[in-house]
Design a binder for this molecule. Structure first.
Ligand code: PHE
Length: 339
């Protein structure tokens, strides 16, 4: 009987077309149009039913509906594998297309400013030296001329790990290590992380970063220290940077000073960051105390020196207008991606 043969022919042709699609030689959509489309093979079979005797139609219609269901479900299966087939169909590689973007990391702002500081001082003949973050009382305090009852030694300010082991509270410990390990004259820069048992707020944190500097030579002077620091501030912040020096006290330098940079007082945030003064303290400095030279194994009659220590978080805040020190330690990509 004609229709039955036709149905088998369409079924066989569809199987053939399906395997072409699966091997990537034909499009699934074309197969669907050819077989299920308004003028497709299945529609053609339905149309040819008109020429059958009325008594044959129910059985023929049933077989035809069966065929249509088979084809529909085979095409649906194909759809769910469409990703597998698509590349094979578009087998040609278009080398003119832009590539997939390779995501790039960025340097943390503290790393960035540390690199900039190193670059400025390297141009002045400094080299870089690293000391330990876990330290003894001797290097962090005693060798730096802190008297035994100095309040900074208190557990209130210092994180102690054991009896005589602490997290360094400044990078000045490296001054002693450097003097012990290197031969003078010295021009060294000592970057590192430091820790203080302090409440965390917008201005201070229990961990931060410093860069220590130490110059040892036969005739250094306060004038040289001051000139070097002003040059440095202008290199980092631009030629119009306004600085000021205030007399200060550190056990390990004499005389001692602090350098401030003018930040401004325009906004509420400026007031908060500068405690209403408009100035931001960025470093302590001074002439190396004779007791410290001695602790480092140098004769204070022969050698003089100056030292400075700056806080990187403060300096980065100033450079990029960051209003809160806590951003540096939170790892928030919305902050970090801006650098
Ligand atoms: N160590 C001091 C501080 O942490 C800074 C400083 C370093 C001062 C070197 C003088 C000389 O505040």
């Amino acid at each position: 009987m004609g229709l039955t043969t036709d149905i088998e022919q369409v079924r066989a042709d569809f199987a053939h077309g399906l395997s072409d699609v699966q091997s990537g030689e034909a499009y699934a959509e074309q197969l669907r149009i050819d077989f299920l489309g308004r003028k497709g093979r299945v529609a053609g079979l339905f149309a040819s039913m008109g020429s059958l005797a009325a008594s044959e139609r129910p059985a023929a219609g049933k077989r035809l509906n069966g065929l249509k269901a088979e084809i529909t479900s085979a095409l649906a299966d194909l759809d769910s594998n469409v990703e597998v087939n698509a590349p094979a169909v578009e087998a040609e590689l278009d080398l003119t297309l832009p590539g997939d973007p390779i995501p790039r990391g960025a340097l943390h702002p503290i790393t960035l400013i540390q690199e900039q500081i190193k670059a400025i001082f390297t141009r002045l003949g400094f080299s870089v030296f690293y000391g330990p973050e876990v330290e003894t009382e001797y290097y962090n305090f005693a060798a730096l001329n802190f008297k035994p009852d100095h309040p900074a030694r208190d557990m209130q300010d210092t994180f102690y790990i054991a009896d005589d082991l602490l997290l360094r509270t400044h990078t000045s410990n490296d001054q002693i290590h450097a003097m012990e390990q290197l031969d003078p004259p010295l021009r060294i820069l000592m970057p590192g992380r430091v820790f203080r048992n302090e409440a965390i707020n917008a201005r201070s944190h229990c961990q931060f970063h410093q860069v220590e500097g130490l110059v040892i030579d036969r005739n250094t002077s306060l004038a040289e220290l001051k000139g070097t620091m002003i040059h440095f501030a202008k290199e980092l912040y631009g030629p119009d940077t306004v600085t000021r020096f205030r007399p200060s006290y550190f056990p390990f330098t004499e005389p001692s000073a602090e350098m401030d940079i003018y930040w401004g007082l325009d906004t509420e945030r400026d007031h908060r960051i500068t405690k209403g003064t408009g100035w931001l303290e960025i470093m302590g400095c001074g002439m190396v105390h004779p007791n410290v030279l001695q602790a480092g194994g140098l004769d204070p009659q022969e050698w003089t020196g100056y030292a400075f220590g700056m806080g990187l978080e403060r300096m980065a805040m100033l450079k990029w207008g960051i209003g809160d020190i806590r951003y540096f330690f939170e790892g928030d990509l919305r902050f970090l991606r801006q650098f």
